[in-house]
Design a protein around this ligand. Structure first.
Ligand code: FPP
Length: 252
C-alpha cells in the first residue's frame, strides 16, 4: 500500500481509494493547436502532465496507474509524429527512470514488443528490471498497445499450450485468459479516466474494463493535474459498484 490517503480512511464500496486507475491521455494535439504550437509541443506538455499525475497517484494511495502512451493504431500518424512520440518515450525513460526508482515506483510495460526498435525495447526492459522489486505505485505504461491485439496474443498462447498438452481446453476460464494478458497479475482498473471530452474506449484494456467505472474529463491532457485527478476520484466515490448484483461491493 502506498503512502497518502489510506483505504482505511474510507469505508465500503467505491468510497475506497481506487486500487487501479487507468488513463487515456487525450488532447495533446488540440492543446497545442489552441496555443498556435506544433503537435509535438502538446506531447511534450503531456509528459509534464504525466509526471504530475504519477506523483499525485502515489500520494493519493493509488496502487496501479496505467497510462495509454502509444496505441497500435498510432503508427498510422504522420511519420514525423511517430518519431516524436518514440523520442519522448526514450527521453522519459532516460530522464525519469532514476527518480521513479528512487520514489519506489515499479514500472511495467504492456503492449506488443516484437516490432519495436531494439533500443526502445532495451529501455523498456531496463525500466522493468531496475524497478521490479519496488513496492510503491506500479506505473503501467501501455506502449504499442491495442486491447484486441493483446487478447489475440493471450488466446494464441492458450492454444499453443493446449497443442503441447500443457493446458486442457476444458480448463480455460476467465482467469486463464486474464493471467495470459500483458496485465497478468494486475487487478482490473477500478476507474478509467479519458481526457479531452472524447467518449470512447479506443481499444484500451477491453477485457480488463468489464466492470470499470468511466470518468470523462473535458480537460486536454496537458492541463491535467492533481486537482483534476481528485475530481475524478470524488466522482468515483459517488458510484455504486454492483458488478451485476443488487448491492454495492468493493470488488467482484
Ligand atoms: C493523444 O493526444 C495522446 C497521444 C497519442 C500520446 C500520449 C502521449 C503522451 C501524453 C506523452 C507521454 C508519452 C510517453 C511516450 C511517455 P492526441 O495527439 O491524439 O491529441 P488530439 O486528439 O488533440 O489530436
Amino acid at each position: 500500500m502506498n503512502s497518502g490517503v489510506s483505504v482505511a480512511a474510507h469505508s465500503g464500496g467505491s468510497s475506497s481509494v481506487p486500487c487501479h486507475v487507468a488513463i487515456i491521455m487525450d488532447g495533446n494535439g488540440r492543446w497545442a493547436k489552441r496555443r498556435g504550437l506544433v503537435r509535438a509541443e502538446g506531447h511534450r506538455a503531456g509528459v509534464q502532465a504525466l509526471r504530475r499525475t504519477v506523483r499525485a497517484a502515489g500520494e493519493l494511495g493509488i496502487d496501479y496507474l496505467t497510462v495509454y502512451s502509444f496505441s497500435s493504431e498510432n503508427w498510422s500518424r504522420p511519420h514525423s509524429e511517430v518519431l516524436d512520440l518514440m523520442a519522448l518515450l526514450r527521453r522519459f525513460i532516460r530522464h525519469d527512470l532514476a527518480e521513479l526508482h528512487q520514489n519506489n515506483v515499479r514500472v511495467r510495460i504492456i503492449g506488443r514488443r516484437d516490432d519495436l526498435a531494439p533500443d526502445i525495447l532495451a529501455l523498456l526492459v531496463e525500466a522493468e528490471e531496475l524497478t521490479c522489486d519496488n513496492t510503491g505505485l506500479t506505473l503501467v505504461v501501455a506502449f504499442n498497445y491495442g486491447g484486441r491485439e493483446e487478447i489475440v496474443r493471450a488466446v494464441q498462447e492458450a492454444a499453443r499450450r493446449a497443442v503441447c498438452g500443457n493446458l486442457d481446453p476444458a480448463d480455460i476460464d476467465e482467469d486463464t485468459i486474464s493471467q495470459l494478458l500483458d496485465t497478468g497479475g494486475i487487478p482490473d482498473p477500478d476507474l478509467l479516466i479519458r481526457t479531452s471530452g472524447e467518449l470512447r474506449i479506443s481499444n484500451f484494456l477491453l477485457w480488463q474494463c468489464a466492470y470499470t467505472e468511466f470518468f470523462f474529463s473535458p480537460l486536454y491532457w496537458p492541463d491535467f493535474d492533481r486537482a483534476a485527478l481528485e475530481d475524478a476520484l470524488a466522482e468515483y466515490y459517488t458510484r455504486d459498484r454492483r458488478f451485476g448484483g443488487l448491492t454495492a461491493r468493493a470488488s467482484p
